[in-house]
Design a protein around this ligand. Structure first.
Ligand code: ATP
Ligand code: MG
Length: 709
């Protein structure tokens, strides 16, 4: 046990070995909060104060939960399998699966991811003949989720004007629709679980008595409902140990409340002999320059609880700063650096590529892929979100739960949409309504229903991988993609789905209540993305800054540091509070780096199909210039390149047909311009040219006559 406590500093040791009290550790990035929390669990168990089943630990991502479990297994000789360590969503899902009847859900309830939820809302508006321009579906989803995150049902929602009144009515319709179909969205997992525990006293007592210690990481990002859920579960005398950092609160847009920390401190941590608040101030993660940059950034925020953070790790390297001509140029630079780092012996898993918006990943992915650098994407459009995978999963979902209309519609195609009116009138699911259709529509639908029924019979009792394989073949999906021109990739993805099912079955302990199929489908919606890269393959880690919370890497690239992108325009338009949240996000990004940090931006960027002209992020100006190393070692810009931003530089790619990035050229129609990026070789070569007032154009060299000037 002395080993367990050996590598802790004094305040950390104090926190780990606190007696059975409520406590809060408020401390900066990299100061050991997660280490303290994990070690405390190990210490509580190894000193016999609690058994594994008396612990409830909440972390923020599935990746963090897995790491915590792995760390625990290394610290104590205890079987951690089956311990209640997970995300709020994951733990609520587990409770609801175990008590689906008490929660008034079908045993095989499916979880709607955000895309499913949006599709469902769109469908609802259409059925109800509601103008979706007046009530944009995305906003409606946000409205519904925001209410749920505050613990509010439609019946309790207040409306002071007609517009809100209508939105509340639509929220109520949405609730009915979800109940009819037996599906739940992300926010519902929590709310449903909370309500179930609140209503059902014996059940609540059971869990209150079971959990003796409730430990929460990243407490600053809990919302009102999550806090209420924790309090409810700890209501039987359990002790809450929470760690957090107000400077890393980055989920205000999802209802997170830094105020929970203050409330928790006031309601739980004050005792007659003082308060159980533990401050950790030494940062063990980052070198001095990185920490200095983070501190310089965050001090521009006004609303802070205030903390000191220092390191004795030495200054380390300066922060490398690069400004590319285009997003492609930026991506090339990043990937070239990565290749050099890997050649120098850095493990790819220790390199993180961070971006503010998931849409940015495509260009980076493309470049990594082209240069054969293995990578893994967390979040964004991922394996389980690809069209063919969603189709296959929809068949599987219908086998498990015929009332799942979202699945029914996905594979039943558009011709079935007229079924919706019937279903709505009958207040039934589409599957049920289908049985009552007659005529031609009835025939098409009938054939579809027969297909599902026969699939259900044929796969009954089959092991999961065979079931998936059978459905992929017999549903006609595989055949469909075989005949499609670009179907090869999709077929490979379908094969990969069968592989995923096989791996899943082999992973003992993964299958929970409801059987293999339900557990597998749950994994697909909850953990989408984590299966994407070959397991065990050393891959560069790509993720949004949000997804990087709590993690650390030797080398971190923060890309797309441009006004409007990072800080993001949506937040900036919300005034100071929005900008401060973006700055906290930047603080999180910077503090992920252990040894080397790159910050980069581009002068032009393709986003959502449009070229944007960019100005470097104001956050770059907030990092003291003395900490920065501006990289332009590769730059060979021509003298006529207009000075867009403050850094100069640019990555000079090898010439394409004698043309280089940065070169000035003339075009018969568009006039004078500057080449900002190049692509392809030979007959496929294309260049992107900034023609000033004539705009940005991609031109195929074979056809466009460009003359260097
Ligand atoms: P974040 O706010 O980013 O979540 P954190 O406060 O949770 O950070 P940890 O991830 O627990 O910080 O710790 C940061 C790094 O410092 C980890 O690699 C951890 O192992 C290391 N570390 C923490 N405390 C010590 C210590 N006393 N001695 C040596 N290394 C430590
Ligand atoms: Mg942490």
């Amino acid at each position: 046990m002395s080993d367990l406590l050996a590598n802790l500093n004094f305040p950390q040791l104090q926190a780990v070995t606190l007696p059975a009290v409520h406590a809060l550790s408020l401390a900066g990035a990299g100061s050991g909060k997660t280490r303290v929390l994990t070690t405390r669990i190990a210490w509580l168990m190894s000193t016999g104060q609690v058994g594994p089943h008396g612990i409830l630990a909440v972390t923020f991502t599935n990746k963090a939960a897995k790491e915590m479990t792995a760390r625990l297994s290394a610290l104590v000789p205890i079987n951690t399998r089956g311990m209640w360590i997970g995300t709020f969503h994951g733990l609520c899902n587990r409770l609801l699966r175990a008590h689906y009847r008490e929660a008034a859900l079908p045993q095989t309830f499916h979880i709607l991811d955000s895309a499913d939820q949006l599709a469902m809302v769109k469908r609802l508006l259409k059925n109800l003949n509601v103008d979706d321009e007046k009530y944009p579906p995305r906003e409606l989803c946000h409205f519904i989720n925001a209410h749920k995150e505050q613990g509010g049902r439609a019946a309790q929602a207040e409306a002071y004007d007609n517009y809100t009144q209508k939105r509340v009515e639509l929220y109520a319709e949405y609730e009915n629709q979800c109940n009819r179909e037996g599906v739940v969205d992300f926010a519902e997992l929590l709310l449903r679980c909370y309500e179930m525990l609140l209503r059902n006293e014996p059940l609540r007592r059971h869990y209150q008595e079971r959990f003796r210690y409730v430990l929460v990481d990243e407490f600053q990002d809990t919302n009102k409902l999550q806090y209420a859920w924790l309090k409810l579960l700890a209501g039987g005398g359990a002790k809450i140990f929470a760690v957090g950092d107000d400077d890393q609160s980055i989920y205000a847009f999802r209802g997170a409340e830094v105020g929970n920390m203050r409330d928790f401190e006031r309601e739980y941590c004050k005792t007659s002999t003082g308060d159980n608040i533990i401050r950790l101030e030494q940062n063990y993660r980052s070198h001095g320059n990185i920490l200095a940059a983070a501190n310089a950034l965050i001090k521009n925020n006004r609303e802070r609880l205030g903390k000191n953070l220092w390191t004795d790790a030495g200054e380390g390297e300066p922060i490398r700063c690069f400004e590319g001509y285009s997003d492609l140029d930026e991506a090339r630079f990043v990937v070239e650096e990565i290749r050099e780092l890997v050649r120098d012996g850095v493990s790819p898993t220790q390199i993180a590529l961070l971006y503010r918006s998931n849409a940015q990943s495509r260009v980076l992915e493309n470049e990594l892929f082209t240069k054969n650098v293995p990578y893994k994407v967390y979040g964004g459009l991922r394996f389980f979100e690809r069209q063919e995978i969603k189709h296959a999963l929809a068949y599987l979902r219908l086998l498990g739960n015929p009332d799942d209309d979202t699945a029914f519609l996905r594979i039943g195609a558009r011709s079935l949409e007229n079924l919706q009116a019937t279903a709505h009138q009958m207040n039934s699911s589409l599957y049920n309504a289908a049985a009552s259709l007659t005529g031609k529509a009835g025939q098409t639908v009938g054939a579809f229903i027969r297909l599902i029924e026969s699939l259900r019979q044929e796969t009954d009792g089959l092991p999961l991988p065979e079931m998936v394989e059978h459905v992929v073949e017999k549903s006609g999906l595989a055949q469909h993609y075989r005949t499609e021109k670009e179907g090869q990739d999709r077929l490979e993805n379908l094969d990969e789905l069968i592989n995923a099912a096989a791996t899943f079955v082999d992973d003992e302990g993964a299958i929970g209540e409801g059987g293999a199929l339900v557990s597998f489908l749950t994994l697909a919606s909850l953990e989408a993305g984590e299966h994407q890269a070959g397991e065990g393959e050393a891959a560069v880690q790509l993720m949004s800054v949000h997804a990087a919370k709590g993690l650390e890497f030797d080398v971190v690239f923060i890309t797309g540091l441009e006004q409007g992108l990072f800080p993001h325009e949506n937040s900036v338009s919300q005034g100071r509070a929005g900008l401060e949240e973006e700055r906290r996000l930047m603080y999180v990004a910077v503090t992920r780096a252990r040894q080397r940090l790159y910050v980069s931006c581009a002068q032009t960027r393709m986003l959502h199909g449009q070229t944007r002209y960019c100005v470097p992020s104001s956050f770059l100006d907030e990092i003291p210039a003395s900490l920065l190393l501006k990289l332009n070692k590769r730059a060979e810009p021509s003298a006529s390149v207009p000075a867009f931003g403050s850094f100069g530089g640019g990555y000079a790619e090898p010439a394409v047909a004698g043309l280089r990035i940065g070169m000035s050229v003339e075009h018969a129609k568009f006039g004078l311009g500057v080449i900002v990026s190049t692509e392809g070789r030979g007959a496929d070569a294309r260049v992107q040219v900034n023609f000033g007032s004539s705009g940005m154009k991609w031109l195929a060299l074979e056809y466009a006559k460009l003359t260097p000037v």
